[in-house]
Design a protein. Structure first.
Length: 259
């Protein structure tokens, strides 16, 4: 006899409902069988978390991304030893110094490099030791970490002197027991007459001799020569010619060409 459509529909929906209710249970049993040899009473969340930790879920997984990425979020620890490119020695991390340009050197080599630069009066723009590839400057706060208080104070003093010597308006008091730097003001009414702030000696900006009122620099030098006051300077001139030295145009200090 012909079947009742409602009965057929009911039985098929009952069948599909039955099969759909079995699928999760079967799936759960498969997952449990692939895990550890538990008794089947493991919590579903624990199973999902374990699978997540093993990377078993893709981006569409309902598991939280924070849980999925938790194992890879931590950065690897820094190496215990790093090689210094100057001395080619593997040094422990506490003996390594990383500059702001990211180049790495051992503290001993970097400090020796800095001392050599300062000894050569290079104190204003000290570059990274890797001069072939890097022109970054080593900052004062980095030098401070490598020097003790006394060394850093001397470095800053040399740096101040270097800045003054580079200033075309700076002159040094001619008194041997003074030598105080004076910054001239070319717009001053007294210019080129300068007065030392320490010993009150008046001297000439152009020739760095004591002030010569009413005389040009050349006239004053002739006058001093007649008085015998330039005898030592004349003798020094001969010595300077022999040894290829001269007085610095700015500060009058004797300098020699670096061969």
């Amino acid at each position: 006899p012909p079947s009742d459509p409602s009965t057929t529909s009911s039985s098929s929906s009952s069948s599909s409902s039955s099969s759909s209710s079995i699928a999760p249970s079967s799936s759960l049993r498969i997952v449990e069988s692939e895990g550890d040899d538990s008794d089947g009473d493991e919590d579903l969340d624990d199973i999902m978390n374990r699978i997540n930790n093993y990377g078993g879920w893709d981006e569409s997984s309902p598991i939280s991304p924070a849980l999925r990425d938790s194992s890879s979020s931590s950065s690897p620890p820094p190496p215990a030893f790093e090689e210094c490119p100057i001395c080619i020695t593997s040094c422990p991390a506490e003996e390594i110094f990383r500059l702001s340009c990211h180049h790495v050197y051992c503290k001993n080599c970097l400090k020796t490099y800095l001392v050599q630069k300062i000894f050569k009066a290079i104190v204003t723009r000290i570059t990274c030791p890797n001069s072939l590839e890097c022109m970054s400057h080593i900052e004062d706060y980095e030098i401070r970490q490598l020097f003790d208080d006394e060394e850093f104070e001397k470095y800053k003093h040399f740096q101040e002197i270097a800045h003054m010597r580079a200033d075309p308006m700076c002159r040094w008091c001619p008194k041997p027991d003074c030598s105080t730097p004076i910054i001239a003001n070319e717009y001053s009414a007294d210019f080129p007459r300068l007065s030392c702030s320490k010993c009150s000696c008046d001297f000439c900006f152009d020739c760095s001799e004591e002030w010569h009122e009413g005389l040009t620099c050349k006239q004053n030098q002739k006058k001093l020569a007649k008085l015998g006051k330039l005898h030592n300077d004349i003798r020094n001139d001969k010595w300077q010619k022999k040894h290829k030295t001269k007085n610095c145009d700015q500060c009058r200090v004797v300098i020699q060409k670096d061969s």
